[in-house]
Ligand binder design. Sequence first.
Ligand SMILES: NC(=O)c1ccc[n+]([C@@H]2O[C@H](COP(=O)([O-])OP(=O)(O)OC[C@H]3O[C@@H](n4cnc5c(N)ncnc54)[C@H](O)[C@@H]3O)[C@@H](O)[C@H]2O)c1
Ligand SMILES: [Fe+2]
Length: 427
Amino acid sequence: MASAEAIAELSKEVLSASLEGTLAEHSTQGSHGVNYHHPYTGNDGYAFYMPTLNLIGVGSINAAGAQIAELGFKKALIVTDKVLVKVGAVEHITKVLDSIHVEYAIYDGTEPNPTDNQVDQGVAMLKEENCDFIISFGGGSPHDCAKAIGVLATNGGKIHDYEGVNKTKTAMLPVVAINTTAGTGAEITRFAIITDTSRHVKMAIIDWKVTPTIAVDDPVLMVGMPKSLTAATGMDALTHAIEAYVSTISNPVTDANALHAMKLIKTYLRDAVHEGTNLKARDMMSYAEFLAGMAFNSASLGYVHAMAHQLGGVYNLPHGVCNAVLLPVVQEYNAKAVPHLFIDIAEAFGHRDIGEDEDLAVKRVLEDIRSLSKDVGIPKNLAELGVKPEDFGLLADNAMKDACGFTNPRAPTRDEVIELFRLAYEQ
Ligand SMILES: NC(=O)c1ccc[n+]([C@@H]2O[C@H](COP(=O)([O-])OP(=O)(O)OC[C@H]3O[C@@H](n4cnc5c(N)ncnc54)[C@H](O)[C@@H]3O)[C@@H](O)[C@H]2O)c1
Ligand SMILES: [Fe+2]
């Protein structure tokens, strides 16, 4: 076996060959998917985060029971919302738990854009009911609420204490995330987004210790999504893929995930929206949101999310709709810094006539985003969403503090962020 010195020498050689060699002339992915996007600046590699076990595809909820039983827990706190209880969807998981003789209590107080108060209510119920693990059932909101409950159960304090990157001291209570939207990717990610009700800000808790232990993505649970929810969550997934692809910390693994997610969403989102019972479209969208989740979980996001979180925090608007409206505006801004990456995105969108024409690539990508949004019924601009121009300054201030923006390929000034809000308002 090679000595530590020899390995260090070799890795120096590999790095200098790859960085000084391939990156000498351009530090980016000009040659379509086979180069670095950005110069590697660290000396400690990349991290790739995922749940330990991922059950995917039609019928995967049926396989979940045996795997949950393997964990050996006695009583679950099911974190969900009132709609999913009312329509009977939650029975998909309670039946599974009955069959493996695991007890449960249900916290159904989660609402879209979950809040610090809902997290506290969940923690109180977890303690009262003596639950030893958590199951989230629903879309991004129950998953994020469950993760936050899991953090407080073992770390104590308030959820605000964990805003930022890797602030928890110990592992959260194990979470099994059963997903019903396609989607936020929250069932597999190390992100929990919780609204601070006093500041009206969506806090980003980014911590590999909030990654669920098991994630379940069964498209059968997604068939009941109404059109508007399918559209909003599908555009959220597209935003994850694009922001992860142009992120300053993307790598070849996240690139592969992101590009395939874009291809699937461009191909299947319209069918999933307009023909909700089309199980192939639902299945492909479920894979797409999973791939996009894998991409951004490790490559992180950009200014679309940094800005969308502020709209969610102040106006309580659907997350995916905010992203969809901001996406073309922010990507037009980003394209000035990384136009070559748009060649790859255009190719993933199915364009075969781009060649090396960066301007054409950017034009096609922006047109495709806008026409997809329109076809699936997303409102045209922030004016239609009731956003107020007098709030742009405050929204920009908070967007600039959001950790999701740190990996955007261009770092905007405050005036530029205000201008991006204005463009999205008027487009
Ligand atoms: N943690 C992450 O990595 C991450 C990433 C992106 C977004 N988010 C967060 O996720 C939240 C949004 O989640 P979401 O868009 O998945 O929606 P959601 O969980 O907020 O649910 C929206 C509504 O859809 C209903 N619903 C869910 N599944 C359904 C189904 N199969 N059929 C019918 N109705 C259904 C819910 O009852 C709810 O009323 C936001 O708070 C956002 O900030 C988190
Ligand atoms: Fe998102």
